[in-house]
Design a protein around this ligand. Structure first.
Ligand code: GAL
Length: 410
């Protein structure tokens, strides 16, 4: 073999290690609706294109189903390569147990502190000065999604505020339309209540109750108004007999329901159905009361393991998830907002653009997941399931139980 050929062969073999180092990572998440699946496919595509292999570990059902499975696998010594969880306190016990990778080295090398906005997203990943997750999106619960066709059929104008929506209830029902779509999983009624609390009690009182765990504020008549409004909303949702959030969203997409209080992951379903924001559906941030974005959403965590190649691949995936290209490709499909301000979502729909404007204006709130422990969140979910499915639990009864939960929240 001539010297040139030998040199070329050595050069080629030197390039080989990258391809040889292609590592499989099992990635768990609960993104199984049409829109969610389309979005997570962008992550898989990008990771595969980078030379590693995304082994999809989708878990059917909601986060309430998936999180216990994910956490018990990690605690039980059967860790996945990477997993979705929500921004906030869901991984705190795993971090304290030393079971999740410290990503500080990657974060510092790539300047995450300078590019991730709002910085509260990175703060939610930080424990005792070290960074344990890669934020991937901002999902705000603070939205009411309305079917333009449903209100046209009912002969009423598309509402611009929560009160107008409630007032349109009888006309919707007379037209055979379910006024408020609501699935039956606990997190859905609990989330909807939280959005109503922000809009009706106001942001300051909502923060005093949920951030400061102020019992007197929780027991105040002003906060009590939220439960009275929830009684009205409960009757508007009485005929919504679907289970999953995206089935409820589909009631709005099809015009069978007038509206749904749901996080902006619902956008992925409208997009997949080919519906156009402003034309086919209308979005009211903050229920049309005060425009606000809550900084909920998702971050990826990486369980520790004893394989250096897996650890290297985990860090490659963490870096990829925060990258500009994937931030655009993933969030456009997911209906969420990017975790960095230096990307251009030119093709975002009108509702996403509205969310970006509100975010840029700094009208943001922490998500309830960022303020309450999973235990307190679970107690509120249990109360909301009981309340929303009851025909007898009064506003006062639900209010009193809520105060007890806040009073005992850590
Ligand atoms: C949330 C998650 C979203 C969304 C939603 C419904 O917890 O942050 O990404 O998909 O669940 O599955």
């Amino acid at each position: 073999m001539t010297k040139m050929k030998l040199a070329l062969a050595l050069l080629a073999s030197a390039a080989l290690p990258q391809a040889v180092l292609a590592t499989d990572l099992e990635v768990t998440h609960w993104w199984t609706s049409g829109g969610e699946a389309a979005a997570v496919a962008e992550m898989a595509r990008a990771f595969d294109a980078s030379g590693d292999k995304w082994v999809d570990g989708a878990i059917a059902g909601s986060g309430g189903t998936a999180r216990p499975i994910i956490i018990s696998r990690i605690l039980g010594g059967d860790p996945m390569g990477a997993t979705q969880l929500n921004h906030g306190l869901q991984a705190q016990e795993l971090i304290q147990a030393g079971l999740l990778q410290d990503l500080t080295e990657v974060a510092e090398a790539e300047g995450w502190k300078d590019i991730i906005k709002p910085i509260s997203l990175l703060d939610a990943c930080t424990f005792e000065g070290k960074i344990y997750c890669a934020p991937v999106n901002i999902h705000s619960w603070q939205w009411l999604w309305l079917s333009n066709a449903a209100f046209e059929k009912a002969g009423v104008a598309v509402p611009t505020t929560w009160d107008e929506f409630v007032a349109a209830g009888p006309a919707l029902e007379a037209a055979g339309i379910i006024p408020l779509a609501m699935g039956q999983q606990p997190w859905q009624s609990s989330g909807a209540f939280s959005v109503m609390a922000v809009a009706i009690a106001g942001q300051d009182l909502w923060l005093t109750v949920h951030r400061d765990k102020d019992e007197a504020a929780a027991a105040s008549p002003e906060f009590g108004k939220v439960f009275e409004a929830a009684v009205a909303a409960r009757s508007m949702a009485a005929k919504s007999n679907v289970q999953d959030w995206n089935q409820a969203t589909n009631l709005v997409i099809s015009g069978a329901a007038g509206g749904q209080i749901m996080g902006d992951w619902a956008q992925g379903e409208f997009q997949l159905a080919g519906q156009v924001a402003g034309t086919d559906y209308t979005c009211l941030p903050g229920l049309g009361v005060n425009e606000v974005i809550s900084t909920g959403g998702d971050a990826f965590y990486f369980p520790v393991n004893d394989d250096a190649e897996v650890t290297a691949a985990q860090k490659r995936l963490a870096s990829l998830l925060v990258s500009k290209e994937l931030q655009v490709a993933f969030n456009l499909k997911k209906g969420s907002l990017p975790i960095r301000g230096d990307v251009d979502l030119a093709t975002a729909n009108d509702c996403m653009k509205k969310g970006l404007e509100i975010l840029a204006a700094g009208a943001i709130l922490p998500s309830q997941d960022e303020l309450l422990t999973p235990d307190a969140q679970g107690q509120i979910e249990d109360l909301m399931v009981e309340f929303w499915n009851s025909t007898t639990m009064s506003a006062a009864d639900a209010h009193a139980k809520y105060v007890e939960i806040i009073a005992s929240a850590e």
